[in-house]
Ligand binder design. Structure first.
Ligand code: FPP
Length: 258
């Protein structure tokens, strides 16, 4: 059920006028990005990994700007997976501190631009300062509808599906839902991305060809674009390149082009 009025469908919306980024044609409604390669970027420069993560925040900032300009409606970024807890505590702390710093510094500008902050994942398990900043950001930006910024934190696609299954099972046990009423739509409505169309385009920088437990359910018909560019180097021109490639794809959703 798409309750948000500004989504005009499950696929991208055609724009006649080229944007300042010189892109016309169908712009994806929902773009997802696996922000990968921060460590390698730093290593290549003999810098600590933290420097790569910090530079990665600049890329995120550039993507938010570009999505606003192109009128992309949803940007979902993978910032911290359920598996990232395996990293040394020092690196986990750096990432959490960067998140707090990002929200503290940028929330007013993001709010002014009409960005809605929407964390996805098991947020309650994050350190208290991160939870507080996220709650504040969510509250402050709740009424915005120009761009939804889904930040995946302590997120795992499998964990998300398990949660959905548990919630549906509870409805069943409580007699609020009949067995025959369990549909794909019902499962979708119990995911973190409920009420949002699935991603049209998934971008993976740093040349890796894997999904890494990201949006497993939602990417059933998503177009992938993989580049060797490392996330800290990823800028608007790379996003434009990804969208141009997307525009050339023939999306059939399992059907035939007639
Ligand atoms: C993967 O690169 C990246 C991450 C685990 C973190 C992504 C985080 C950011 C871009 C910045 C923080 C985000 C916010 C929202 C403030 P990697 O470290 O695995 O790179 P590698 O594979 O080259 O080692």
């Amino acid at each position: 059920m798409l309750r948000l009025p500004f989504f005009r469908g499950k696929t991208g919306v055609s724009r006649e006028k080229p944007s300042k980024l010189e892109l016309s044609g169908e712009i994806p409604t929902h773009i997802a990005i696996i922000m990968d390669g921060n460590g390698r970027w730093a290593q290549k420069r003999n810098l600590p990994r933290a420097a790569g993560h910090r530079k990665g925040v600049e890329s995120l900032r550039a993507m938010v700007e570009a999505c606003l300009e192109l009128e992309v409606k949803i940007l979902t970024v993978y910032a911290f997976s359920t598996e990232n807890w395996k990293r040394p505590k020092e690196e986990v702390d750096i990432l959490m501190n960067l998140l707090v710093e990002y929200l503290q510094k940028e929330i007013n500008e993001l709010d002014r631009q009409g960005v809605r902050i929407s964390p996805i994942g098991e947020i309650s398990r994050l350190p208290v300062p991160a939870v507080r900043q996220l709650e504040k950001a969510v509250k402050q930006t709740a009424a915005n509808d120009r761009l939804i910024l889904n930040i995946a934190l302590n997120y795992g696609g499998r964990a998300e599906i398990v949660n959905a299954v548990k919630e549906v099972a509870r409805l069943l046990v409580n007699g609020e839902l009949a067995f025959e009423e369990i549909t794909e739509e019902v499962i979708s409505q119990h995911l973190a991305t409920k009420d949002m169309p699935d991603p049209d385009l998934l971008i993976r920088p740093s040349g890796e060809y894997r999904i890494s437990n990201f949006l497993l359910w939602q990417i059933a018909y998503t177009e992938f674009w993989i580049t060797d560019v490392l996330w800290p180097d990823f800028r608007k021109e790379h996003l434009v390149e990804a969208i141009r490639a997307y525009q050339k794809r023939d999306r059939r959703f399992g059907g035939l082009r007639l």
